[in-house]
Write a new protein. Structure first.
Length: 308
């Protein structure tokens, strides 16, 4: 199992580290445009192998795509992250050019890859990857919902004063501060709806904190977060590599599902060796449907800025 991660920055390196620590891939290629940067990150990570007990070989390269040839899974994390006060949508000007070029370079060398897009604005970058490559729809996946759901579970556990493993919940919709749709109605603690343990006001607060999860960290760190994003990507990569058929909300091209067409937005999917094995259509109530519709309008507005 060969995995390529483009962008050896904060998220790319964290993602490579988690993949290696989980020890399911034979090789991870880290590629970056900055001279020597990916080679340095790869060497540093390889020097943790004997300490962390993994056998995955991590190789770094400065923009040499021939080294990525034959990758089963490729991840795009290249591009600028947001600074405090910025929205993800503001990154489109620079990141669209980078994602378009990187996606077609990857496709040339790994035509059978499953592609995971991480760069922001992620739903629009995933849509762009569909337009810029000839990959089938099941092999292009945007990562956002897995991270947003992890942040939702963190906030739920905090509000419940419960261990995170007791808590389940999912965030669908667009990967933006206003577009996320945390499904509070379906969130549970050991199968019991969380609404039985907290007031509607507290639940509303959990929802608001989840939606600004990325912005909160950007303000604290001065740049966007990397541990949870890297861990979330590594979970998607593992589900595909190990054919787990595991369910995650991911940004995928919809063709009629959830009454939407020609848009990439977060919905639950099963991930396995073919990438998206199935789009799972769950029954949403009227309020959730309205939130999804609003969220899609936001994503379409950003898509309209693309020149494809
Ligand atoms: P970073 O600046 O630390 O790393 C980005 C790396 O991309 C840099 O090392 C840079 O040299 C490299 N790069 C730029 N252009 C390139 C090109 N053409 N080819 C190869 N490499 C190139 O940024 P980061 O914090 O790792 O964030 C990366 C991206 O991921 C940002 O767009 C950020 O907004 C996004 N992000 C998405 C999520 C998500 O949930 N989808 C979460 C966190 C961050």
């Amino acid at each position: 199992m060969k995995v390529t991660v483009v962008g050896a920055g904060a998220v790319g390196a964290s993602c490579a580290e988690y993949i290696a620590i989980k020890n399911f891939a034979s090789e991870v290629v880290l590629l970056d445009i900055k001279d020597g940067f990916a080679e340095g990150k790869a060497m540093d990570l390889m020097q943790t192998a004997s300490l962390n007990g993994f056998d995955t070989r991590i190789v770094g390269t400065t923009n040499e795509y021939s080294k990525t040839a034959g990758s089963d899974i490729c991840v795009i994390t290249s591009g600028i992250p947001r600074k405090p006060g910025m929205t993800r949508e503001e990154l489109i000007g620079i990141n669209a050019g980078i994602v378009k070029e990187v996606a077609s370079n990857l496709e040339k060398h790994s035509p059978d890859m499953v592609l995971i897009v991480v760069s922001n604005p992620m739903d629009t970058m995933t849509y762009l990857a569909h337009k810029a490559t000839g990959l089938p729809k099941n092999r292009i996946i945007g990562m956002g919902g897995a991270l947003d759901s992890a942040r939702f579970k963190y906030r739920l556990a905090e509000a419940l004063d419960a261990p995170i493993s007791d808590v389940d919940g999912m965030v669908i919709g667009g990967h933006s501060d206003t577009g996320m749709v945390p499904l509070t109605r379906l969130a549970t603690r050991n199968s019991v709806p969380v609404s039985q343990f907290m007031s509607q006001d507290r639940l509303q607060q959990v929802m608001e904190d989840t939606k600004v999860g990325g912005a909160t960290l950007t303000k604290l760190l001065g740049t966007s977060a990397w541990y949870a994003p890297g861990a979330a990507v590594s979970s998607l990569v593992q589900a595909i590599a190990c054919d787990q058929k595991k369910m995650f909300p991911c940004s995928v091209m919809l063709e009629g599902e959830y009454d939407m067409n020609d848009i990439c937005i977060g919905v639950p999917v099963l991930l396995g060796k073919n990438g998206i094995e199935k789009i799972v259509e769950i029954e949403l109530n009227a309020e959730e449907k309205a939130h999804m519709k609003e969220s899609a309008e936001g994503v379409r507005k950003t898509n309209d800025l693309l020149e494809v």
